[in-house]
Ligand binder design. Structure first.
Ligand code: COA
Length: 388
């Protein structure tokens, strides 16, 4: 039985910060951000959005009335959860009106959470072939104003439906996995912003990629020439390029090298426009690649997932015949409709985020055009609403 991704969608803020403006405000050469980091724009997430509303806004695009009845499992990958106890999956089920027989949990392992969900969904669907699983990866990447990580912030959510006989990507049953206890990026319970040793994390990203990729090639008796594309978790898009270069630099076959570099450029297009998404990042890159419509049915893609702390996994997928029909221009059109904000306005919005607090409060939800919004909190409960 073929199992994989049947539908996918993306949501982020209607506001963005041009990276050139951020570079100038921080007295840096814009090319460092545009080329050295590989980012053009950064999503500026409003204070009326959190990981639950971002996920609901993404899933709304693919969960129609028929899906609401059929979905039997919701897997919510995030490292920006809104509650230490209650799962984001329950909020999502209720906001979208998904049947109450469906079960759901939240999965946390830095940016790896959604990939963990993919592997769980594979097993679940193998046991229950009629199943339709809703997966989301939803996060806000916050490092702090003026920090080294600031230029790699962003946020948004990917939503996917996985099923048997999928329309987009059949996922391979084999993968190569690596787990090591390291402190490259973490977020203590008292903080809304991540702590990161960025250079160490970037080095480990490449080490994890090379080790899992080489293990996979050996275990499955594969060759790099059999991959039409290799795509990556992209904390910033230059990171993926560096990882790709680490395995193609000594290749003699120039055609394979060129093909992998061309496909990589297609796969980073959407991520360049948004910034880091944490759990959703690899899958935004997949959407970006499929969006280019350059892959042919049956071609093999390699996917590398990395979650600091750290877990890395290399797995594969094969493109399904006719996938182009289901990957429209909607995401690009949605990103083009966004509004730029100044550095001063970005900093104001950044500082206005709801911190853990006892008092009732309201967000600036009236300015937010998104369907699902966070209105604030009352008696320490978050108040969500769907706008007409
Ligand atoms: N034109 C073009 N490129 C330029 C440039 C210019 N004028 N000036 C600098 N660069 C290049 C540098 O050569 C470097 O490229 P390289 O990485 O290929 O060597 C790149 O821009 C970045 O410069 P660097 O000085 O290393 O940046 P930084 O110290 O300010 O920080 C990060 C970069 C990525 C380390 C930092 O933003 C960070 O920690 N981000 C968090 C990322 C992370 O760890 N996420 C979680 C892990 S998945």
């Amino acid at each position: 039985m073929k199992i994989g991704i049947d539908k996918m969608s993306f949501f982020t803020s209607d506001l963005y910060l041009p990276m050139e403006d951020l570079a100038k405000a921080r007295n840096e050469d814009p090319n460092k951000y545009l080329i050295g980091i590989g980012q053009s724009k950064q999503a500026v997430i409003r204070n009326s959005q959190d990981s639950v509303t971002l996920a609901a806004n993404a899933a709304l695009k693919i969960v129609d009335d028929s899906e609401k009845e059929k979905i039997d499992l919701i897997l919510f990958g995030t490292e920006s959860g809104v509650d230490s106890s209650k799962s984001g999956a329950i909020y999502l089920q209720s906001l979208l009106g998904i049947n109450s027989a469906a079960s759901g949990v939240e999965l946390k392992q830095a940016c790896f959470g959604l990939t963990a969900g993919i592997q769980m969904a594979m097993g679940h669907i193998a046991l229950h072939p009629e199943s339709r699983v809703l997966l989301v990866g939803s996060d806000i990447a916050r490092y702090g104003i003026g920090t080294l990580g600031e230029k790699t912030q962003g946020g948004g959510a990917m939503a996917m439906i996985m099923s048997a006989n999928p329309h987009l990507l059949e996922i391979g049953t084999e993968s190569a996995h690596l787990t090591k206890d390291i402190m490259d990026f973490w977020r203590p319970l008292n903080r809304s912003e991540a702590l990161v040793d960025g250079k160490y994390s970037s080095e480990e990203f490449i080490n994890f990629f090379k080790e899992t990729f080489e293990n996979y090639i050996e275990k499955e008796n594969e060759s790099i020439a059999n991959f039409a594309a290799i795509i990556f978790h992209l904390p910033y898009t230059k990171m993926g390029l560096k990882a790709l270069r680490s395995v193609i630099e000594d290749l003699e076959d120039q055609k394979v090298k060129e093909r992998l570099l061309e496909r990589f450029e297609e796969s980073r297009y959407l991520n360049r426009e948004v910034g880091n998404l944490y759990t959703g990042s690899l899958y935004l890159s997949l959407l970006s690649l499929l969006h280019a419509h350059s892959l042919k049915a049956g071609e093999q893609i390699g996917l590398f997932s990395y979650g600091s702390g750290a877990e890395g996994e290399f797995f594969t997928g094969r493109v399904v015949e006719g996938y182009e029909k289901y990957i429209t221009d909607e995401t690009v059109a949605f990103l083009e409709r966004r509004t730029p904000v100044s550095v001063t306005e970005y900093e104001r919005i950044y500082r206005s985020f709801m911190e853990p607090q006892i008092d009732d409060c309201e967000t600036e939800f009236e300015k937010d055009p998104a369907p699902f919004i966070l209105k604030g909190q009352k008696q320490q409960q978050r108040i969500y609403e769907k706008q007409q």
